[in-house]
Design a protein around this ligand. Structure first.
Ligand code: NDP
Length: 281
């Protein structure tokens, strides 16, 4: 049987460490505050926002909640971001996506001060990652690195293949693996022979957005497989981009869905909030 990488346990460990760190900051009179903005009441967004607020409460981060109506216009949201950018007592600003169609997400995300961009989406933070400078790193790929490291999986020198090249998962994932000295290939929908590429991987990170697409024939014997995908399938059951039952017997280690990458995303958001105290911009 492969090693099942336990994202629930590892995220709990990260949160415990952060709780201690936040308590130490509090002793020094430093309070960490995250502003969470939600526009409209998309049910999935409500669940994510609530989980983020609960996470903040657990580690001792103060969260400020801004619940704006669905019809909010871009100027109104920009002026709230400007106000929060200027507030000394706000360390991080999170705008829950997706935004209603009258608002341009890119304009909004680019307006958040890079020093408060705890999601790591601002071009300055993305650029910092590419040139190896300190900055906020996109939470999901950062969480994958923590899963690998804390499971004792060596990245340096390994053939790493990332399927997917989105700005929030695939590209930062590849940069992070490169930073850890992996030999990195990025595959995508135009990759000519996907199986041939993925079968080279010692570490295969899958972020495609297609339920159970990756079966055993895409995977090398003894590979480590990280499944970023998340889908609600038949009977409301969650599944990933990897066909777990088919792939697991062939792997050295694999993340389940749920309970793999998912819980790490919030843990790393909290990590970014805490590191905002020390990051220099
Ligand atoms: P996107 O849709 O933005 O990107 C998907 C990527 O997969 C694209 O680069 C696309 O290639 C590539 N792709 C699509 N089809 C194929 C194919 N047949 N063969 C090879 N590559 C393909 O998705 P995201 O990166 O935002 O998310 C990926 C998955 O991760 C989703 O299931 C999402 O729900 C999940 N997710 C989970 C998170 C978590 O916390 N666990 C957080 C964020 C995302 P191309 O660029 O050529 O179109």
């Amino acid at each position: 049987m492969p090693q099942i990488i336990d994202g629930k346990a590892i995220s709990a460990q990260v949160k415990e460490e952060l709780k201690e760190k936040v308590a130490k900051y509090k002793e020094q009179g430093i309070e960490i505050t995250l502003a969470v903005i939600q526009v409209g009441s998309d049910p999935a967004s409500c669940v994510y926002v609530n989980n983020k607020k609960k996470g903040c409460e657990f580690v001792g981060i103060r969260s400020l909640s801004y619940e704006l109506p669905e019809e909010t216009n871009q100027e109104e949201l920009l002026s709230l971001i400007d106000e929060l950018n200027n507030r000394q007592d706000v360390n991080g600003i999170l705008v829950q996506l997706p935004l209603p169609k009258q608002i341009d997400e890119e304009v909004i995300l680019n307006r958040i001060s890079p020093a408060k961009d705890v999601d790591g989406f601002h071009p300055m933070n993305v650029g910092a990652l590419c040139i190896g400078k300190p900055g906020f790193v996109s939470c999901t790929p950062y969480g994958v690195i923590q899963l690998l490291k804390r499971s004792g999986i060596e990245i340096a020198g390994k053939e790493c293949v990332v399927i997917g090249r989105s700005n929030i998962v695939g590209k930062p994932m590849a940069q992070l693996l490169l930073k850890e000295n992996g030999t990195v290939t990025i595959a995508h929908s135009k990759t000519a022979d996907l199986k041939e590429v993925t079968k080279r991987a010692d570490i295969l990170v899958v972020a495609i957005g297609k339920p159970k697409m990756i079966t055993a024939e895409y995977v090398k014997e003894g590979a480590v497989v990280i499944d970023v995908g998340i889908h609600r399938g038949e009977n409301n059951k969650l599944c990933g981009d990897v066909d777990f039952d088919d792939v697991a017997p062939k792997c050295a280690a694999i993340t389940p869905v749920p309970g793999g990458v998912g819980p790490m995303t919030i843990a790393m958001l909290l990590y970014n909030c805490v590191s905002s105290v020390e990051l220099e911009f």
